[in-house]
Design a protein. Structure first.
Length: 443
């Protein structure tokens, strides 16, 4: 399918020419929309200039002020504790609060040792990871493009890329011998790259729906396969959906504890790593919708220029889509990141989830359930899956709702997803006993 040929404004063309000189491989990765995107020198840039120089009167801002501060309703502000009105009511910059972006970058460096010494971009704030996925689509995905994913995937990827953008998802087998199927990944990578100049690869670890985080050896095998394909000439946009980052429980053995982003940034000119993460799950603030998109170019020498161009194009996509992310959400997250107690608080919540996952791991592998399901390996995140024996998952799901008052998710013809993140430890065994009983009745 031929993409539309959008008009390139002088600002967009200047950004494209910068990539053409510094990293033509990245220019070739951009979608038609991605090449057309730019950040306008309009109201926002003029307002920024006025903020610096308009010392007498500043009549540029599209908000209301009072006494030199944002105008607000006392009944509204009464709900917000000691937050300064300036942290709540004005529009945030399209790329996010500067302090928040800086602190999230520091967090990435602290939690991903492989990033040490790497050149990568300043995180751009998104309205959580789903918005980040949409921005990836804006920048890199044309109708007819292929996105490589495992057969165990979050269903919203199909809405985002196949339905909205007309791309095509191709899959490979996720599991083999109790772990990630590295051979299937490498074969799928080669197969999907055949006859294509560009391929988008999406890796979601810890995985939704399976709750699996690769081992170190599996991670290195994935990196090796990606570098080998880049070396063959395929331009690879590797998207790391790290929504459940940090929730590592090491069930059944040690897993990786950092994102593949650090292993991929700066490795090959034909490989662009894109990290999507956020406060949503990492800080347990789902409704705040605060996430980040971070670029890791493949060539260290040109990484600064590439990041500057992609930052501008991403800001343009945000400006033309949602304008900016909630100032209040960003302020709350920024405040939390500098709190002395946040590391301890996160560790406490992670331990609660680990205990739930551990109990699930103990219960589902009991011999008494062997005729009801096969357990897919899991070690992290929020979820685990079982392959149901002798019953279709949707039939079972409805039966559980109607007869047991139990809600689970059918993710495939015979696959059921259990979100242990919302189960108390004492509820784990009764749930799986009821699940097994329902399966036996329907078999």
């Amino acid at each position: 399918m031929t993409p539309p040929n959008r008009k390139r404004t002088p600002l967009a063309q200047a950004l494209n020419e910068s990539l053409e000189k510094s990293a033509p491989e990245v220019l070739g990765m951009l979608s038609d929309l991605g090449q057309a995107l730019y950040f306008p020198k309009g109201i926002l840039s003029q307002t920024a200039e006025a903020k610096q120089k308009a010392h007498r009167f500043n009549a540029t801002i599209g908000t209301a002020t009072e006494g030199g501060a944002p105008m607000y309703l006392p009944s509204m502000h009464a709900q917000l504790g000691d937050l300064d009105p300036a942290e709540v009511y004005p529009y945030a910059p399209p790329a996010g609060r500067p302090g928040l972006r800086k602190r999230w970058r520091e967090k990435l460096l602290a939690e991903n040792p492989s990033l040490a010494g790497k050149e990568f971009g300043l995180p751009v704030t998104t309205a959580a990871i789903t918005h980040g996925l949409a921005l990836v689509g804006d920048l890199f995905v044309d109708a007819g493009d292929v996105i490589l994913l495992p057969d165990q995937l979050w269903g919203n990827y199909r809405l985002t890329y196949e339905v909205r953008l007309g791309a095509r998802i191709e899959t490979y087998s996720f599991y083999k011998d109790g772990g990630f199927d590295c051979e299937a990944f490498a074969a799928g990578l080669e197969r999907s790259s055949e006859g294509r100049e560009k391929l988008i690869v999406l890796l979601n670890f810890p995985n939704n729906p399976t709750g699996y985080m690769p081992t170190e050896a599996e991670g290195e095998a994935m990196v090796a396969a990606l570098l080998a394909q880049a070396e063959k000439g395929t331009k690879l946009v590797v998207v790391l959906d790290d929504a459940y980052f940090g929730l590592f429980y090491h069930l059944g053995g040690p897993s990786m504890t950092e994102s593949l982003f650090g292993r991929l940034a700066g490795r090959h000119p034909n490989l662009l790593a894109v990290k999507l993460d956020g406060a949503t799950k990492e800080l347990f603030v789902w409704g705040l919708r605060c996430g980040f998109i971070t670029f890791g170019p493949g060539c260290p020498e040109s990484a600064g220029e590439v990041c500057a161009v992609l930052d501008a194009k991403t800001r343009g996509a945000i400006r033309g889509g949602i304008s900016n992310v909630s100032q209040l959400s960003q302020s709350l997250v920024e405040r939390a990141l500098v709190s002395d107690s946040i590391a301890r608080e996160r560790a406490e919540k992670c331990e609660i989830l680990r205990a739930r996952a551990q109990r699930v791991h103990e219960v589902v592998h009991q011999p008494r359930f062997v005729d009801s399901w096969e357990v897919y390996p899991f070690n992290s995140g929020y979820f685990m899956c079982v392959k149901v024996r002798g019953v279709e998952a949707e039939t079972l799901r409805l039966h559980l709702l109607d007869e047991y008052g139990i809600g689970l998710i059918a993710t495939g013809k015979h696959d059921i997803r259990v979100a242990f993140s919302c189960l108390e430890v004492e509820d784990v065994e009764p749930l799986f006993e009821a699940l097994s009983e329902a399966i036996q009745k329907l078999q």
